[in-house]
Write a protein that binds this ligand. Structure first.
Ligand code: SF4
Length: 178
């Protein structure tokens, strides 16, 4: 990771970022319990979310193979706090920005990394889960929460804002790297 990369991700639409050692990532069982409660409606719907993304231990291990994590956010303005259409559009934008950041990382540093994004997958109209393997394993990005990470604590560790003021929505992604 270098200054050129970090300048470019800002141009791609990243709001804030921070880099922390992987030991500082707050893996918490409670997050997986929240997934299982299915508040977001994505539980057991895609290979990107529990239980399809693996056990809590497998997910943690996948992340802990790396030394550092780049934590980054996008921030989108909403009309008001009931602007659900705006929130959905913000999520689509966040996923697009995250994929561009991942592509840039791959171009500049190679394939040895692991990327997480927000809320499910969204790549296919209907996920193959659980009947057949993922159609695009190299293109899917599991959610940060699916890997048991408490996002507000991770944001604090990385020195970036979890909330960015009234009538805004902030989403987070991670890239684990060496
Ligand atoms: S890329 Fe398609 S098949 Fe794979 S997890 Fe995402 S929605 Fe499912």
């Amino acid at each position: 990771m270098n200054d050129e990369f970090l300048a470019k991700i800002k141009e791609l639409g990243v709001h804030e970022y921070g880099i922390i050692p992987v030991e500082k990532v707050p893996f918490e069982h409670e997050v997986r319990e929240m997934c299982a409660a299915n508040r977001c409606g994505a539980y057991a719907k895609t290979w990107c979310c529990p239980p399809g993304c693996g056990t809590e231990e497998e997910c943690k291990e996948r992340c802990m193979k790396y030394k550092y994590v780049l934590v980054f956010s996008t921030k989108t303005d909403l009309e008001d706090s009931f602007d659900f259409e705006g929130m959905t559009e913000a999520m689509v934008r966040h996923r697009a920005v995250s994929k561009q950041v991942r592509t840039l990382f791959r171009e500049m540093f190679g394939d040895d990394f692991f990327a997480l994004s927000s809320e499910g997958c969204g790549n296919c109209e209907k996920c193959t889960y659980p009947d057949a393997p993922c159609r695009f394993p190299k293109d899917m990005m599991p959610s940060v929460e699916s890997h048991g990470i408490m996002v507000y604590k991770e944001a604090a560790e990385a020195g970036i804002h979890y909330i960015n003021g009234a009538n805004t929505v902030t989403y987070f992604s991670n890239i684990f790297f060496n």
